[in-house]
Design a protein around this ligand. Structure first.
Ligand SMILES: [Zn+2]
Length: 177
């Protein structure tokens, strides 16, 4: 059932265009100049960037209100085109992704951990509990990651945030019961 603010292919394309022009203003040199946006039916990954400049987004976004996830995915994939796909999620990609405002994820990890972030049929949902106690749904995932389970605001190490608001801790919803 469609909600009032449900994403459509048209609204996804306009959000994409906004993010792309923003990225173009920040980065003049793109390792893989953007060529086209298309959609696939992938349930295993939110999006994919190709060396010929294509970005493919999962049409699983259509009909949802997952705008934050969509924006994050677009920035994530644009960062691959800018930084160079061969550098995967290394420091070069991280620097670009951060400039574009992508949420920290898959940082320095293999491409496979990203693929495990399934959008459906995944047994867990990652929830970010903000510092004011508000719980925000992040995404469905295949497994619980220690970097989120062990994370707590104020502890040493990386601090996660959503648009500048720091996350207090993460929780997982377990759908297996
Ligand atoms: Zn990636």
């Amino acid at each position: 059932m469609l909600t009032e603010n449900a994403l459509t292919e048209a609204s996804i394309r306009s959000i994409f265009e906004y993010e792309r022009s923003r990225a173009s203003a920040l980065f003049t040199h793109w390792e893989h100049p953007f060529s086209a946006l298309s959609f696939n039916r992938a349930k295993r990954a939110y999006g994919h960037a190709h060396a010929d400049g294509r970005i493919v987004l999962s049409n699983t976004f259509v009909g949802t209100s997952a705008t934050a996830d969509l924006e994050d995915t677009i920035r994530h994939e644009l960062a691959h085109l800018i930084a160079g796909i061969r550098f995967k999620h290394g420091p070069r990609w991280q620097q670009v992704a951060q400039s574009l405002g992508a949420r920290p994820r898959a940082s320095g990890r293999s491409e496979s951990s990203e693929l495990q972030e399934k959008m459906s049929d995944a047994p867990f949902t990652l929830i970010a509990v903000m510092r004011d106690g508000e719980a925000r749904t992040m995404r469905k995932v295949f497994r619980r990651a220690r970097r989120y389970l062990d994370y707590r605001y104020g502890k040493r190490g990386q601090r996660y945030h959503i648009k500048g608001e720091f996350i207090e801790r993460f929780e997982y919803l377990d759908h297996r019961q």
